[in-house]
Structures are given as structure tokens and as C-alpha cells.
Ligand binder design. Structure first.
Ligand code: ADP
Ligand code: ZN
Length: 729
């Protein structure tokens, strides 16, 4: 008899512990099983097994409870190999999250330990050639020859009728075979194949990186300097060595273009993993990887857990991007996982960015990473000229519009020349909300501490933090007044304005709303590439990776929005965003220009971005970080205390703070303070922030807090420890 220790995901029993079941055979660690749990049947994940000589009766006597049996075994082989199982355990420790949550994060939905539904496997019928020999007719002979040259073809794909194949079948030359058919994710394919020879600068980077083993390299390359070609060149060398490659990109806009480039270069050897694939596609891509049928995985954050073996290279493009930090359980940083996997595989890690994070750049300065610089665009193309427009001046000149005079002029000129425009509306705080003109009340979400956003096309008010939505009311819920007014300027509103303001303008709006459908991104971008529109208006999503030859003007409507947020990375984010979006201009043969509208024209983040001057930004920002003691001068962990009961949150936060202060002997313990959005989905949240140098002590102390609130006390207050926090929400 075997005792099987099973991990489960269960909302009430979300303890980080296993439950014991009996089974008559030894099972493999890492497979899923069906188990009775209370009155339910649920799926669990086998974490360990123990053989026993005792009978079930003896076992029960010893344990003092009634053992139940495993009801069914789901997987034939473990979902994760040993490397990834060990990684899951480390991840649980590092992020202080339950083991089951880590396993869930590592697997595609269809294979998650808690999943009980299947997308099915698509089968197709192909023709398999059995024998050589001479069939009866000429036609049949030709057909057999064709089938030998095109093994495993489907009837529909061959230039012969089913009748001919059936005759071959009768004579025993061929048979029909059912084999699995993978769903093929759609990808863009509009570029002509270019044959590219690396420039001397690019080749130097490639050679440098290949000359050292097991290192982390940072490529600091301005926008358009050809980093992607460097990645491709590195990847082919690694493939020739018989090893595999992981190519990670930020979730949102980069994926279709990056996928296209990799697919064109490496064809079937590439698998894609990102959140916009259908469940079926994801499942198939995952199985192709697991079966070692591909050599390269291109994907977003969670692709770092792809079951590739023999990894030789892990690349993180746009390494500074905030989407590399997962901000739900387990709250991991992708670059950290990349380094861990690289260590196991003796692989290289390459981080690339035009605007490296201060953490990475300072590591490169210290020699912990190797630094490579590409400071020129391909073909010596100049970086675009950037002009800063002070919006205070515009107001002085009685222009209260969102567009400065200069911006209007440039947009019209660009359209008139038959070229294309990219407009960035940095959305934070710019969404449209509703205010009562009588009492001044702003309509808020009843469950979250945020205003509801007005969506004109549906005439609905929606919360962007929970599912809450209601039709726009006629009367103020507060005073009954009838004068409700929409305030602010969302992308939708700006889109309408633009159509009105410019001659021959056709706008594509590119934001979360217009791209939420499957392949939505791709369709809009393809349309823009085909020049079916001359203005692409979007949020941060348009800043990354887009490479359109005819975009010669980029306008930033409101550069300040990301500066005015309570986050120590606000300047860094603003600088990065402005550099990235400017970099979209003038990538083709024609010279590009950029206009940045701001109320803070003297801010160093804006000034250095306008000059494409990373060094100057880095120097000034490092001074600020040192003075205020922020990363990279220390580490941070944010402890989020949450509960549905407001009083309890505050009292517990004070208790925790007291405990931390008396047990931590370094850095600083700050707070508690209310979260930026204090109430979210009816849960109140306060935060304590610890700045520290030595993580060992911090882990020891926080484990006590974590155990007490999340395991022992199991009560109305829970805590979340967020190491390297990126989000202040
Ligand atoms: P980055 O990722 O650094 O912004 P890209 O890799 O997108 O830059 O390269 C910018 C453009 O230059 C692309 O259109 C790319 O095809 C082209 N390019 C890159 N390397 C070369 C090269 N060696 N020769 C010719 N064109 C190149
Ligand atoms: Zn809400």
C-alpha cells in the first residue's frame, strides 16, 4: 500500500500543505489524480509518495482518521520534469506563496493541477506509405511516387483523387493513419524575407556574448539599432550547438512582430506562448515543447517556465518592462527565474533594452553583467529630432485644447505628405468619468476606491479594477441632480476629435478595448501597415516594438501622466516610455520627428528623453535613488495587509509593523499606509514597506508573519509579501 501526498487548490483550504490518500500502486510524483474531498471530487497534484507495510486499518488507527483512496489517475507522466518541480519549490520559498500556486503559474490552463476540462486533441487522417512496388495503373504509380515524396499528406492536399488512393490501399501499398494535428497559431506575414548581414557593431556584440559562457549580458542598444538581428544571430549559433533558446518579450504589443521574425527565420522549430492564444493553441504549443519538437520558445513572462530542455540561451527583450514582474501570486521577477534556469542549464542570459532598468544597468556598471552598447541606428540613420512643447504656454496663448498649435500643424503636414502618425495618449488619469454638476460628486465604484470610467459606445460606466458595470444613470445617486457631466479625455473621445480636426485623417485606436479580441492586435497593426489608416492612436501599448517604415511623426499628448504617480519608478517609467515611443519615428528611409507635450518641460526625465541621453538620465536618477534610498541602493519588499473589515486591517497592520521593527536590524520599515487604491473588490488594503540589504534576516522574520496570518490564524486578515514590488496599487 502507498500513501500518496496530494496538493490541492481549494479556496477555503488554501493551505500550503498536502493531504494523504491511499493507492495500491506507486504513482509518479508530479502527476494529477482525482480525489474525494469533502463531498466533492477534485483534482490534486501528487507531491510525494511513501510505501507502507501496514494495512489500511492499522494506518487509520495510527493516524486517527479515515483514509480515502485515490479515485483515478489522470496523467501518464509527470506534468513537469524534475528541474521545473524543483524550481516550483524554490519559487514558493522566494515569493512566499503556496506551492500549488507556483505549479499553477508554471502550467498552461489545460494542464493546471486544478483543471478539469479539456480542449481535446485534434486528429487528422494522413496517408502512410507501406510498401514499395508497382501498382496496377500509371496514375496509381504516379500517385504512389508522389506520396513517397510527400510523406503523411492529407487527401485534401494532394493532386490525386480519393479513388486513386483507395485503389492503392486495396493493393496494400498505403494505409490511412490518424495522427495528432496541432492547432497553428496565426501570425503576421507581410514582410518580405530580407537577407541581412550583421553590421560590424552587431557582429562585435554577438562575438562578445559567445566568447563567454554562463554570463548575463546586457545589450544597451538605441531603438532601431538592430537588437533583434543580434538575438536571431545568437539563436542560430546556439541551435547549431544542439541546444535550445528562450526568447521572451513583453506581453502586449511586441509579440506579433517578434513572432513573425522568428517564425520566418526558424520555421517549425518555433513555439509561441502568450496570453492571446486560444486554450487549444496554448495546449498544443506546450505539448510540442514538452515533446522536444521545437527548439525555440518565443513568449511572454510565463514562457520562462516552458519545459524546454538543454537550454543554451535565454533572451529578455525590453528587459526594463514592468510586465516581467508578475503582480499576482506568485509575485516573481522573470529575470530572476531566467538566471536560475540558466544556472541549471549552464546557459547564457541576454537582456536587451534601449532604456535598461536602473537595476540592470548598475549591475553592468559594477561588472556583475557584461555590457554591450549599440549606440547607432542601422545604416547610421539619425535618431528622430524631438521637440518639447510647454503646455502652460499654450494656455497662456488661449489654447485649451489637448493639441498644441505645433502638434496640430505637424500632424496635418505628415498626413498631407502621405506618411503616418503615431499618437500616444498616456491614459492614466485620463479616462472619462462622470461628475454631478449640482453637488460635485464623482461617480465611484461601490467596491473599489476608483472612479467609474465612461464607455460611450455602450453607454456604460465600468470599473477597471473589478467586474462592476452599470448603465449611465440620469440622476446623481447622491443628490438626485439631473446635470451629470462626463469629464476627462479617453482614447475614444480623442479619436472622435481627431477625425473632426484633420483633413483626410483616418484613425486606428489601439488600446485595451479595441485589441481585446483574439488576434485583435494583429488585425489592427496589419491594417496600419497596409496604410488603410494614417494615424495610430494608442496608450502605452503603441510604444513598444512597432516597426513601421512610414511613421515619420510621433506625438505624445500628455507626457506628465506617468510622472505624477506615487511610485519611486515614476521618472524612470516616463523616461522609458518617451524614449520607446520616440523610437517609433523615422525608422524607414525618411527622417522622423517627435513632439512631446508637457507641463514639466524642465523635468530631467523629459529633457533627457528628448535628447536620447540615457547616461544623463541614469546619473541624475541614481542620485535621487541614493538620497531617498531606493533600489538599486537597497532591496524592497512590500507587505500588503488585507481584510474585508476596515478596522481589522489597520490594527493588524500596526501589529505587524511593531513586530517587524523589533525584529529587523537593518534598512527601514515604513508605513503602514493605505494602498493607492485603498479598497479593491470590497477588500481594504494597507501597506508596509521594508527597505533592506540582507535578505536572509528579512525572510526569517516575514515567514513568521506569513505563517501566522496565512496559515495558523486562517482568519479575516491575510498578508501578501511582494518582493521587488512594481505596482503600488
Ligand atoms: P531594435 O530592436 O534595436 O529597435 P530592430 O532589430 O527592430 O531594432 O532593427 C531595426 C531595423 O533595422 C529593422 O527593420 C531590421 O530589419 C533592420 N536591420 C537590423 N539589422 C540590420 C542589418 N545588419 N542590415 C540591414 N538591416 C538591418
Ligand atoms: Zn470596482
Amino acid at each position: 500500500m502507498y500513501i500518496i501526498k496530494v496538493l490541492i487548490e481549494h479556496p477555503v483550504h488554501s493551505l500550503d500543505t498536502t493531504f494523504d490518500y491511499l493507492y495500491h500502486e506507486a504513482l509518479q510524483v508530479g502527476i494529477r489524480v482525482m480525489i474525494p474531498f469533502g463531498y466533492q471530487k477534485i483534482i490534486g497534484y501528487v507531491e510525494a509518495i511513501e510505501e507502507t507495510n501496514l494495512t489500511p486499518e492499522q494506518l487509520e488507527k495510527e493516524a486517527g482518521f479515515h483514509y480515502q483512496y485515490i479515485q483515478a489517475v489522470i496523467d501518464e507522466e509527470p506534468l513537469l520534469n524534475q528541474e521545473l518541480r524543483e524550481l516550483a519549490l524554490k519559487l514558493a520559498k522566494m515569493t512566499m506563496s503556496p506551492r500549488i500556486a507556483c505549479l499553477q503559474a508554471m502550467l498552461p490552463t489545460q494542464l493546471k493541477p486544478s483543471t478539469n476540462h479539456s480542449v481535446g486533441i485534434k486528429m487528422k487522417t494522413v496517408i502512410h506509405v507501406l510498401n514499395d512496388g508497382v501498382p496496377q495503373t500509371k496514375k496509381q504509380q504516379e500517385c504512389l511516387q508522389y506520396l513517397k515524396e510527400h510523406p503523411l499528406s492529407q487527401i485534401k492536399d494532394i493532386p490525386y483523387t480519393k479513388g486513386v488512393v483507395d485503389r492503392l490501399l486495396e493493393q496494400g501499398f498505403v494505409e490511412y493513419q490518424k495522427i495528432e494535428q496541432y492547432r497553428q497559431p496565426h501570425f503576421m506575414n507581410n514582410h518580405q524575407q530580407k537577407t541581412i548581414t550583421l553590421t560590424i557593431d552587431q557582429q562585435k556584440v554577438v562575438d562578445g556574448i559567445l566568447s563567454k559562457k554562463e554570463r548575463v549580458s546586457l545589450i544597451h542598444g538605441v531603438t532601431g539599432s538592430g537588437k533583434t538581428e543580434v538575438y536571431l544571430a545568437l539563436a542560430s549559433v546556439i541551435l547549431k550547438e544542439g541546444r535550445t533558446v528562450m526568447m521572451l518579450v513583453p506581453e502586449i504589443s511586441l509579440t506579433p512582430m517578434m513572432v513573425e521574425v522568428f517564425k520566418q527565420r526558424f520555421h517549425d522549430q518555433v513555439a509561441i506562448l502568450h496570453s492571446r492564444l486560444s486554450q487549444g493553441e496554448k495546449y498544443d504549443e506546450y505539448r510540442r515543447i514538452k515533446r522536444q519538437e521545437v527548439k525555440i520558445v518565443v513568449g511572454a513572462r510565463s514562457a520562462i517556465f516552458a519545459p524546454l530542455e538543454n537550454i543554451g540561451l535565454i533572451i529578455l527583450d525590453e528587459e526594463h518592462d514592468a510586465s516581467y514582474k508578475q503582480d499576482s501570486k506568485p509575485r516573481y521577477l522573470t529575470s530572476q527565474i531566467a538566471r536560475m534556469r540558466a544556472k541549471t542549464h549552464h546557459a547564457r542570459v541576454v537582456l536587451g533594452s534601449a532604456t535598461p532598468s536602473l537595476e540592470s544597468y548598475s549591475r553592468a556598471q559594477k561588472g556583475i553583467y557584461d555590457l554591450y552598447v549599440l549606440d547607432k541606428r542601422i545604416n547610421q540613420k539619425p535618431l528622430p529630432h524631438v521637440q518639447i512643447i510647454d503646455m502652460v504656454n499654450e494656455m497662456k496663448n488661449h489654447n485649451y485644447s489637448l493639441f498644441s498649435y505645433e502638434m496640430k500643424k505637424r500632424i496635418q503636414e505628415t498626413i498631407d505628405r502621405g506618411e503616418q502618425v503615431l499618437l500616444l495618449l498616456n491614459k492614466r488619469g485620463y479616462a472619462t468619468y462622470v461628475r454631478c454638476q449640482d453637488c460635485g460628486e464623482v461617480i465611484k465604484c461601490p467596491h473599489c476606491d476608483v472612479t467609474l470610467t465612461y464607455h460611450k459606445d455602450e453607454n456604460m460606466l465600468k470599473c477597471h479594477y473589478c467586474e462592476h458595470q452599470i448603465p449611465l444613470m440620469k440622476q446623481c445617486p447622491h443628490c438626485g441632480g439631473k446635470h451629470l457631466k462626463t469629464v476627462g479625455m479617453g482614447t475614444q473621445k480623442v479619436e472622435e476629435d481627431i477625425q473632426r480636426m484633420f483633413h483626410h485623417a483616418s484613425v486606428i485606436r489601439y488600446d485595451v478595448d479595441t485589441t481585446k479580441n483574439k488576434d485583435g492586435h494583429m488585425k489592427l497593426l496589419e491594417k496600419f501597415r497596409k496604410k488603410e489608416a494614417n494615424i495610430l492612436l494608442g496608450t502605452q501599448m503603441i510604444a513598444k516594438g512597432l516597426d513601421f517604415e512610414d511613421v515619420t511623426f510621433v506625438g505624445v499628448l500628455n507626457a506628465d501622466m506617468s510622472l505624477n504617480v506615487p511610485d519611486f519608478r515614476a521618472s524612470e517609467r516616463t523616461f522609458q516610455l518617451l524614449c520607446q515611443v520616440s523610437g517609433r519615428s523615422g525608422r524607414g528611409k525618411k527622417q522622423g520627428t517627435v513632439i512631446i507635450q508637457t507641463y514639466n518641460p524642465d523635468h530631467y526625465a523629459i529633457e533627457s528623453a528628448a535628447k536620447h541621453d540615457y547616461q544623463s538620465f541614469y546619473q541624475q536618477e541614481m542620485i535621487y535613488r541614493q538620497k531617498a534610498q531606493y533600489p538599486p541602493y537597497c532591496h524592497m519588499v512590500s507587505i500588503i495587509v488585507q481584510s474585508k473589515e476596515e478596522l481589522l486591517v489597520h490594527q493588524s497592520a500596526l501589529d505587524i509593523k511593531k513586530y517587524l521593527v523589533s525584529h529587523i536590524h537593518q534598512g527601514a520599515v515604513l508605513g503602514p499606509a493605505k494602498s493607492v487604491i485603498y479598497k479593491m473588490q470590497d477588500i481594504y488594503r494597507e501597506r508596509i514597506l521594508i527597505k533592506f540589504i540582507n535578505s536572509q534576516e528579512i525572510y526569517q522574520v516575514l515567514e513568521v508573519v506569513n505563517d501566522y496570518y496565512n496559515k495558523k490564524q486562517k482568519g479575516k486578515v491575510t498578508v501578501v509579501c511582494d518582493f521587488n514590488p512594481y505596482s503600488q496599487i
